[in-house]
Design a protein around this ligand. Structure first.
Ligand code: ZN
Length: 131
């Protein structure tokens, strides 16, 4: 494999920093939103079946979003570790290089486009936010 140039690595590290900052901001916002909601309308024990269901759904969506953001932070941290140990940009499945444009679009990518397509088809599309 040909290693990424220092310039490319610097750019990708910068992208990871940006992504982490954006994710932390979103996570803080989710947390603030949830504590506001849950103590007012969401946790209100009265209300008909439909209201309770929609309150439950709102909480589920919040939790799903929070879980997604936490996974995203984990993905950024893992990408940094891969950068540090020199394994960044190598597909975990076929061990070929992940193209630089793909890394720019998705700096936390662990698979090349080919293997990602197979993976998505096998396990469904999760945790790959489009940018
Ligand atoms: Zn691959």
């Amino acid at each position: 494999m040909k290693p990424l140039t220092r310039q490319q690595t610097t750019r990708l590290r910068h992208l990871l920093d940006q992504r982490e900052a954006a994710t932390r901001t979103a996570l803080a916002r989710e947390g603030a939103q949830r504590s506001n909601e849950s103590f007012s309308e969401l946790a209100t024990p009265v209300g008909d079946e439909g209201e309770r269901a929609s309150a439950q759904q709102a909480m589920d969506e919040n939790l799903a979003m929070t879980a997604h953001l936490v996974r995203e932070l984990g993905a950024v941290a893992q990408a940094r570790v891969r950068l540090d140990v020199g394994k960044y940009g190598v597909c975990v499945d076929c061990h070929r290089d992940i193209s630089f444009p793909r890394l720019l679009a998705c700096p936390t990518a662990q698979r090349c486009e080919h293997c990602q397509t197979i993976h998505d088809r096998t396990y469904g599309q999760e945790s790959h936010p489009s940018m």
